[in-house]
Design a protein around this ligand. Structure first.
Ligand code: 4AD
Ligand code: MG
Length: 453
């Protein structure tokens, strides 16, 4: 059995026989031996292999080009070279998969755009290897955060008939041929179905039984925003907490972001250095800053006043009753407060039907967490738990309560105040890695006009 290079590099002492396998990063030859740098993706570091002429399989070495896959057995000995503790003195080398001269990752320094066009190969680069190992560790940290707090993980459906956010940005799923697309009753489910934009409504039903729950899964939005922060398919973490108000919701959101930032700092296994070197020199500093300080909290009304007084010219207008645009969010968090900022109590007109109406009758208990460099990473709210007010909200949003009978039932049978939010997983990853484009932190990006691989 081969061993992962990550484990080999962590060895405490020499080993008489180790077998590793991976892809050749570089090879240098001299007359009597060759140096091979092998990477298997288990960690950033390569393992250096010294292969003396004459060992078993040596005649294959000249075909071990960058990108070829190989298996090597040898002795693990302290390295004489600098920068590594161990090197492998090969006793046997074997070429597994050859690589022709057109291998696209021969040279370093490709643009991110080019690497997107070879998304099937880019995990082999140092940068994307680091990004996707970080993605995996962050997913683990999310479960750890909630499981440690006795939240139950709920799998909400991917196919749905309801539009949670009410924005109408849903992908329709149908088995009808195009000429019968309007005959809803004939469709697979006997009505129109879509890919979910959020598991929240279903999550609320479980919070109304199991108290503290979270979801973590893919969501889909057919919004035609071709920005560096929007994807048509993205992953969302949606906790929902019974007997909780907006204050508790904001506290939980802040604790989650801090936990993830700390995890990124403490468990980065060297990957953070890649981001610092190639993406953002101030990354560690910024993450430490966020982990240590409380987030700013400001009402929407105050935020609008600050923006109006800022003296800045924005591309989009600022006025009470309008949505905050990304440039406004970024000014608040990057230039004004200079730290993550939670904006809460938005006008009811610009938020979905499920948010709890405040006593002022003007605002709802919405909250968005904004972070420097990105803007919104979390959107959430306390939910409307009062039956009559919820029905009124639905009327205002032109929703038919009969379509949401099951959701309304929660307010009829033992209703409780409850709250939750959605954290965009890719946006969190952008924040933790410094990567500037959502397409570079998701294995295979789906964006308007692009659904490759
Ligand atoms: O603010 P949003 O739309 O909120 C909801 O979906 C609620 N149902 C959540 C809840 O209360 N349970 O989305 C939540 C987060 C955003 O803050 C953002 O980080 C991310 O999801 N997000 C996107 N990420 C990538 N691409 C997109 N198109 C995104 N749309 C939202
Ligand atoms: Mg939002």
């Amino acid at each position: 059995m081969r061993e992962l290079i990550k484990r080999v590099l962590q060895c405490e002492s020499e080993k008489p026989s180790v077998t590793i396998a991976g892809w050749v990063r570089t090879r240098r030859d001299s007359k009597t031996f060759s140096f091979l740098e092998i990477n298997d993706g288990s960690c950033l570091a390569n393992l250096q292999v010294v292969a003396d002429a004459g060992i078993e399989g040596y005649q294959q070495v000249d075909r071990m080009l960058t990108g070829a896959s190989v298996e090597i057995t040898g002795k693990l000995l302290p390295s004489l070279g600098q920068g590594q503790k161990w090197e492998l003195h090969a006793q046997r080398v074997r070429l597994i998969g050859e690589v022709p001269a057109d291998y696209p990752l021969q040279k370093k320094g490709h643009t991110l755009e080019f690497l997107r066009s070879i998304s099937h190969l880019r995990p082999r680069t140092n940068l994307h290897g680091a990004v996707f190992r970080m993605r995996s560790r962050m997913a683990y940290a999310i479960h750890q955060f909630f499981q440690d707090r006795d939240f139950t993980y709920v799998h909400t459906p991917i196919l749905t008939a309801s539009d949670c956010e009410g924005a109408g940005e849903m992908f329709r799923v149908t088995t009808l041929p195009p000429d019968k697309a309007a005959q809803d009753a004939e469709d697979f489910f006997g009505k129109r179905a879509y890919l979910t934009v959020s598991g929240q409504l279903e999550g609320e039903t479980f919070a109304s039984a199991l108290s503290n729950i979270y979801t973590f899964g893919p969501t889909f939005r057919a919004e035609n925003s071709n920005t560096s922060r929007h994807a048509a398919e993205f992953w969302m973490i949606e906790p929902e907490v019974a007997f909780c108000d907006l204050q508790g919701d904001m506290d939980l959101a802040e604790a989650l972001v801090k936990h993830l930032v700390l995890h990124a700092l403490e468990k980065s296994e060297g990957d953070l250095e890649v981001f610092e070197k190639f993406v953002d020199k101030t990354l560690r500093e910024r993450l430490e800053f966020v982990a240590e300080r409380p987030f700013e909290r400001v009402t929407y009304t105050e935020a609008v006043e600050l923006l109006l007084k800022s003296g800045k010219t924005f591309q989009y207008p600022v006025a009470y009753g309008l949505n905050l645009q990304s440039e406004h969010e970024r000014w608040l968090t990057e230039e004004y407060f200079k730290k993550p900022t939670t904006v809460f109590n938005y006008p009811k007109e610009i938020k979905p039907f499920y948010m709890r109406l405040n006593d002022d009758d003007k605002t709802v208990t919405a909250m968005d967490v904004l972070v420097p460099g990105i803007g919104e990473i979390i959107g959430g709210s306390q939910r409307e738990e009062r039956l009559d007010v919820l029905l009124e909200n639905m009327k205002r949003h032109d929703l038919n309560p009969e379509d949401y009978g099951w959701y309304v039932d929660l307010r009829r049978y033992g209703s409780v105040p409850h709250a939750g939010f959605g954290l965009g997983f890719e946006r969190m990853l952008m924040f933790a890695t410094g990567m500037g484009n959502i397409r570079d932190v998701i294995p295979f990006a789906r964006t308007p006009g692009s659904c490759d691989f």
